[in-house]
Design a protein around this ligand. Structure first.
Ligand SMILES: *[C@@H]1O[C@H](CO)[C@@H](O)[C@H](O)[C@H]1NC(C)=O
Ligand SMILES: *[C@@H]1O[C@H](CO)[C@@H](O)[C@H](O)[C@H]1NC(C)=O
Ligand SMILES: *[C@@H]1O[C@H](CO)[C@@H](O)[C@H](O)[C@H]1NC(C)=O
Ligand SMILES: *[C@@H]1O[C@H](CO)[C@@H](O)[C@H](O)[C@H]1NC(C)=O
Length: 400
């Protein structure tokens, strides 16, 4: 009787440990699978190996990390502790493994860090803290990470208003910064004042009601991708909001409540390649909104309330791909694609369905895109969908 219980005890003890295996041609990658109960990481599971370069402890039911868990891992570059249940990392828990470049702590239950936690991670280039419940950061906590390039802070519990603008002062090489899904609405204007190499700033779902000053400051000339999607921006009244962003390539303003954009808003964006205005409330576009934005290739205007667009809208751009899906378009100007060609705009793709097209007008356009070999959204022409409204005439009537 007794031995039986000991055996069960032994089996469940053994199963409580994550099981780790070595992978890769020279067995330098360690990847672990969870045991069937929670686990406190201790020295011995992945530590003490001169060859290990990569440790994957993703989803291993780890609740805590003991000191020396990463002792003697001189070659370790990549550490993935994501999808565990770590609430707190005590000071020293991440010590050793001085060569780590990539640290993934995403999807844990972390609320804050003790000052000094990252002191031995001076070579870090990527830090992923997405999906925790971080409420605040002590000033100086990231000061030992001068090489940090990619920093993910999405989906946490802090508010931008409480962030200290000196928090990133020692991270001059930050290139990707992800604040998405946090309330960044009242962040200090100088929050990113120390960054001169930022290329991607993600502010998706951050409760913004206006384009924030901290995202468009003069030191952010390096910015290439600015993501402002899924916010509540209603108007862009100032023509100078983007005046500093000379190098911006993609501006994503999708899923806001935009009704008004000042006609000169995009003028300073000399290097803009794509603008995403999908899912807003635009009923009409100022004639020169995109004009003379010389490198603009992609314009995404789907899910708005536009009735038509004109040739002049696109003068002086490099437009190739235009998405007008799901607007209120009944017709486009006569010979739309050809007229564009006459001002040196050769469309490659034109998306114009669904819209409340007048059939005669749509047919004209379809003939054009077919003869000119322009890709279009033909999926709905299967006979099952009604794609246009038949009026009592055979020629397109262009009176609104
Ligand atoms: C790692 O390398 C050091 C120095 O070369 C050696 O002293 C130590 O025994 C090695 N440890 C392991 C676990 O191989
Ligand atoms: C971190 O881990 C999460 C979940 O395991 C993964 O989705 C994410 O891509 C990782 N982050 C980085 C920067 O590789
Ligand atoms: C920052 O990046 C530049 C250019 O890549 C590099 O020369 C410099 O050494 C980096 N600074 C740090 C602290 O890593
Ligand atoms: C155009 O917009 C529609 C609606 O948002 C979307 O489904 C489609 O994928 C877009 N097409 C391209 C090429 O972006």
């Amino acid at each position: 009787m007794g031995w039986w219980w000991i055996l069960i005890g032994l089996i469940s003890y053994v199963n409580a440990l994550p099981s780790c295996k070595f992978y890769g041609s020279s067995k330098t990658i360690v990847s672990c699978k969870p045991g069937d109960s929670d686990y406190i990481l201790v020295r011995g599971l992945v530590s003490d190996n001169n060859r290990t370069t990569k440790i994957i402890l993703r989803g291993c039911r780890i609740t805590d990390v003991e000191y020396e868990s990463f002792e003697n891992l001189p070659a370790l570059k990549y550490l993935d502790l994501s999808q565990n249940a770590i609430r707190f990392l005590k000071l020293g828990a991440l010590d050793d493994a001085l060569e780590v470049r990539h640290l993934n702590l995403s999807y844990n239950l972390l609320t804050q860090f003790p000052l000094g936690l990252f002191d031995q991670k001076t070579k870090l280039t990527t830090l992923d803290l997405t999906g925790n419940v971080l409420v605040s950061f002590e000033l100086g906590i990231f000061d030992t990470l001068p090489k940090l390039k990619s920093f993910y802070l999405s989906t946490n519990s802090f508010v931008g208003e409480d962030l200290n603008p000196y928090l990133f002062d020692q991270n001059p090489n930050l290139s990707i910064l992800d604040f998405s899904r946090n309330d960044m609405s009242a962040s200090p204007d100088n929050l990113l004042h120390a960054l001169y190499n930022l290329e991607t700033l993600n502010l998706d779902r951050t409760f913004l009601t206006a384009v924030p000053k901290f995202a468009t400051a003069a030191n952010l000339k390096s910015l290439k991708n600015l993501i402002l999607s899924t916010n509540q921006i209603k108007r862009i009244d100032s023509p100078t909001v983007f005046i500093n962003l000379d190098n911006l390539k993609v501006l994503d303003l999708s899923q806001n409540n935009l009704e008004f954009i000042h006609e000169n808003t995009f003028k300073p964006l000399r290097n803009l390649v794509g603008i995403i205005l999908r899912s807003n409330k635009l009923t009409h576009l100022p004639e020169n909104l995109f004009q003379n934005v010389p490198k603009l290739i992609n314009i995404e205007l789907s899910h708005n309330q536009l009735k038509t667009v004109s040739i002049d809208h696109f003068k002086g751009t490099s437009l190739k791909n235009l998405n007008l899906s799901d607007n209120k378009i009944i017709f486009l100007p006569e010979n739309f694609c050809l007229e564009l060609q006459n001002i040196d705009i050769i469309l490659a793709k034109l998306y114009f369905l669904p819209n409340p097209w007048e059939c005669a007008c749509m047919n004209e356009l379809i003939n054009e895109v077919k003869t000119m070999n322009i890709l279009y959204d033909g999926g709905d022409f299967d006979g099952a969908h009604q794609v246009c409204v038949v009026k009592d005439k055979f020629v397109c009537d262009r009176t609104l």
